[in-house]
Design a protein around this ligand. Structure first.
Ligand code: FAD
Length: 627
């Protein structure tokens, strides 16, 4: 069935959830995501969606995951598809393959437009806006595909200039998409319920009384990621929500997650009750993590009601009575699959991807996942402290907090202001040094600003960058700090955290061969991974070796390793890191000195990650590199 058919066949008081996943960057991440999806099927999502990398960058991975979800796992699957800045043949191929796999649903999106006319993909002229894709799909495929479109409760933000955000400006274009045949709407993430309600009312008054609108919701996993996601999505955070995170809990990830679960539950209940149940489907941006969503579903009497009560002991939240009475347990569309709890203990050993064992919708399973108990809970919880790309590459969540593939996260005009028009290596190194000195607040690879711990090695990093070693990421060593430490702290309260020093650098081949490599080979405490833009790779470490560089010891749980550097994660990041040089180059016209310089660095430089294994020696890595 298509999504619209499924929604239309629900009973009047049914509510539902849908889950967005992104295709993991590594093979082990994919295997573990499939295991994760099996567990999450206990939450009975009406459908799942799979994201599509900007410009088709994940086309193969997206299609492969979509095919597996639809054909092998029998989940109602929706493929995201963008249309600008992408060769039309890729769109045709994706639609044909999706149809062949039995997929009935596409989320039709525009994607990022090209930065300049010169970079316009010639064969993409038919597609300027998402509406063009909606029309195209309907024309080519009739009613085979049920088409969803995106909408923005606070207005779409073009580039990074939030001054241009306006729901009223977008509304005629959203209407165009609906008039062209869009069957449902999924919104950008938001935390301000009032803004969503106003937006919904505007859609009802001006566009459609009954098109399903699914509010997009992103669980709060850590305080830092919460702010980052809101910033990247141009979503405002109301004061009343910020006030729920006093400074004393901001470094306690367990506490932050638990407050976040309550916030999301409140948002869902508020929307449901203030729209009198008109909004009854809730879309979760999962970031490929499951625990927070399981907690939200478990705690919400509204969402909990969609799953049969298989366990007397399940604790229900005492929510507003009128919501509880509106709901009845739903069993009609519940598939009757057998609950098989035989997932492997070690997620990496999960090999059985072709033999899917979806969970029957089950409160018991959700409780196990949300509380981290039993086999289900353990498997759900092992990578619960997401750390962007510096996570564990075996985690399905590895490498993605930034949305839809490698791109510059700032508007073109701002990029010129920050990085100017570099014409030689000194100009480029000045950009990196400026970032470390706090004079420039973003690099093409990072617009987050420096973390407090970088201040501890700021001088060393500046010296390296002045010598032409361009540093992308780094951390100082730490031989134990309390988990609530303002600089190093993470994870639950009452623990101790540790770090090995590492640094990631772009270096010229010459500097590598004549200076850096001999130094590293002569020091037994340092190991390195090295790669180039052509896929080249070299390491001083064993292929199968794994370097935990951040770990923590906490009460009542096993040792957690949040950052692991190893060959697989290095290779996944290497390709992305180099592609950002090209994104930067595209700010300038072809054949200009800036364009040529950045292209040349992309072609000739090497990316090196150096880890110093002696975490008790605070200065070891920096002494070695600077001596
Ligand atoms: P459009 O509907 O084309 O709107 C884009 C802008 O153009 C808006 O400002 C609109 O007001 C304006 N506009 C629309 N039509 C016209 C017109 N005819 N004339 C003039 N102006 C017009 N990106 C990815 O790369 N991969 C994904 O998987 C992905 N998934 C997403 C999922 C959701 C739920 C959402 C909300 C976004 C997703 N995105 C994804 C991001 C999306 O591609 C960007 O936000 C993009 O900038 C806009 O896409 P759109 O489909 O809303 O575009």
């Amino acid at each position: 069935m298509s999504i619209r058919e499924k929604i239309d066949s629900l009973k009047e008081d049914d509510v539902f959830i849908s889950l967005e996943f992104f295709p993991p960057k590594t093979e082990s991440g994919i295997r573990n995501l499939l295991a994760r999806m099996e567990r999450m099927s206990a939450m009975n999502p009406l459908f799942v969606t799979v994201t599509w990398g900007a410009g088709g960058s994940t086309a193969e991975k997206t299609l492969s995951l979509v095919q597996t979800c639809q054909r092998e796992m029998d989940l109602t699957t929706c493929m995201h598809l963008t249309c600008t800045n992408i060769d039309k043949s890729i769109i045709d191929d994706a639609l044909a393959k999706a149809k062949a796999a039995g997929v009935r649903n596409i989320l039709a999106l525009r994607g990022d437009p090209p930065r300049g006319e010169e970079y316009f993909v010639p064969n993409s002229a038919d597609f300027s806006h998402a509406v063009d894709l909606v029309k195209y799909i309907k024309k080519q495929y009739g009613d085979w595909f049920c088409v969803g479109v995106a909408a923005y409760p606070e207005g779409h933000c073009e580039g990074a200039d939030s001054a241009n955000q306006s729901v009223a400006k977008d509304l005629p274009y959203l209407k165009e998409k609906v008039d062209a045949g869009a069957d449902f709407i999924i919104t950008q993430l938001f935390y301000d319920v009032e803004k969503f309600l106003t937006f919904e009312q505007m859609v009802r008054n001006n566009i459609s009384k009954d098109i399903p609108i699914l509010p997009g919701l992103m669980p709060i996993n850590t305080y830092q990621l919460f702010h980052r996601a809101a910033k990247l999505s141009h979503a405002s955070i109301p004061r009343s929500i910020l006030d729920r995170f006093p400074e004393s809990i901001q470094n306690d990830d367990d506490k932050v997650k638990s407050v976040g679960v309550d916030i999301l539950k409140d948002i869902i209940h508020e929307i449901y009750s203030r729209t009198n149940g008109r909004i009854r489907g809730f879309h979760f941006y999962t970031l490929n993590l499951e625990k927070a969503i399981a907690q939200i579903v478990e705690k919400s009497s509204l969402l909990n009601g969609m799953i049969e009560n298989d366990d007397e002991d399940v604790i229900m939240d005492d929510d507003e009575d009128h919501i509880a009475t509106l709901k009845t347990a739903r069993s009609s569309s519940v598939s009757n699959r057998v609950l098989v709890d035989k997932l492997q203990r070690d997620p990496v050993d999960f090999q059985d991807a072709s033999d899917f064992k979806l969970q029957a919708p089950s409160k018991k399973a959700i409780l196990a996942i949300s509380s981290g108990e039993g086999t289900l809970g353990r498997d759900a919880t092992w990578d619960e402290f997401p750390n962007g790309r510096f996570g564990d590459s075996r985690s399905p969540a590895y490498g993605e907090i930034d949305g839809y593939g490698p791109s510059l996260k700032i508007a073109t005009e701002r990029a010129y202001e920050l990085w100017g028009y570099p014409v030689d290596l000194k100009d480029v190194s000045n950009v990196f040094v400026g970032y470390l000195e706090g004079k420039i607040d973003a690099l093409p690879w990072s617009e987050l600003g420096l973390s407090p711990e970088t201040a501890m090695i700021q001088e060393e990093l500046i010296q390296l960058n002045e010598r032409g070693y361009l540093s992308l990421a780094s951390q100082p060593a730490c031989d134990s700090a309390r988990s609530d430490d303002k600089i190093f702290g993470w994870g639950p309260k009452g623990g101790y955290v540790y770090q090995k020093a590492f640094v990631e650098l772009f270096v010229s081949r010459d500097a590598w061969l004549n200076t850096l490599k001999p130094k590293l080979l002569s020091n037994e405490k340092a190991g390195y991974y090295l790669g180039d833009s052509r896929g080249g790779f070299e390491s001083s470490l064993d292929t199968k070796s794994s370097n935990a560089v951040t770990w923590g010891v906490f009460p009542d749980r096993e040792i957690l390793q949040t950052t692991i550097i190893e060959e697989e994660s290095f290779k996944a990041w290497r390709d992305e890191a180099f592609s950002i040089w090209l994104e930067w180059a595209k700010l300038y016209k072809k054949n200009t000195p800036s364009y040529k310089l950045l292209q040349q660095i992309h072609d000739d430089y090497l990316l090196v990650t150096v880890v110093c294994h002696d975490y008790r020696n605070e200065t070891g890595l920096w002494d070695l590199l600077l001596e």
